[in-house]
Design a binder for this molecule. Structure first.
Ligand code: S3P
Length: 168
């Protein structure tokens, strides 16, 4: 199918890139994190705190399944979407999966001052870095295309995605 699915670590720019990409490519836009928050009527931070990560992952899996049924849509995902093979399978079938890749340092800088990521604690960078490392192979395995986002603005990333997905 003809969706573009954006995957990558927290701070890779999935949300901002997805908005600009959808506009430029005249595609619809959906964000699995936003779907989860809408369904739970709670912010992600609160879901993790009150109900735990497994509950969040179950809601995320349901969102991935639903998003994968859409057409002509840019699907922005949460950084942990690749944890469940079923999510990757459904999203891969629905379109091209683009991995927005950047260094840990870039993510850290982009997330500076943000306290809404339960799995990126600026007071425990060792844990965040370990998660970053562990995720790399999952993103690589799921990706049909890779776009490096370090030192690039949103427009440049969008242009590269359009080129790599054959839409320009
Ligand atoms: C997560 C990434 C977050 C969000 C949740 C868990 C992860 O999304 O889904 O906090 O496990 O990497 P972003 O990648 O949009 O920050």
């Amino acid at each position: 199918m003809n969706n573009i699915v954006l995957i990558g670590f927290m701070g890779s720019g999935k949300t901002s890139v997805s908005k600009a990409l959808a506009k430029k490519a005249r595609m619809n836009l959906i964000d699995t994190d936003a779907m989860v928050e809408k369904k739970a009527r709670l912010k992600i931070k609160k879901i993790f705190a009150d109900k735990g990560e497994p509950h969040f992952r179950a809601l995320e899996a349901a969102a991935a399944k639903k998003a994968a049924k859409l057409k002509n849509t840019v699907i922005a995902t949460g950084g942990g979407i690749v944890k469940k093979p079923a999510n990757v399978m459904a999203l891969s079938k629905s379109g091209v999966v683009v991995y927005l890749k950047n260094s840990f340092e870039t993510s850290r800088r982009r997330l500076a001052g943000k306290k809404d990521r339960p799995l990126f604690n600026h007071d425990n960078l060792a844990a965040a870095r370990a998660l970053f490392r562990q995720r790399q192979k999952l993103y690589r395995a799921a990706a049909d295309a890779v776009v490096v986002t370090d030192k690039k603005n949103v427009a440049a990333v969008v242009a590269e995605i359009l080129k790599k997905t054959g839409r320009n």
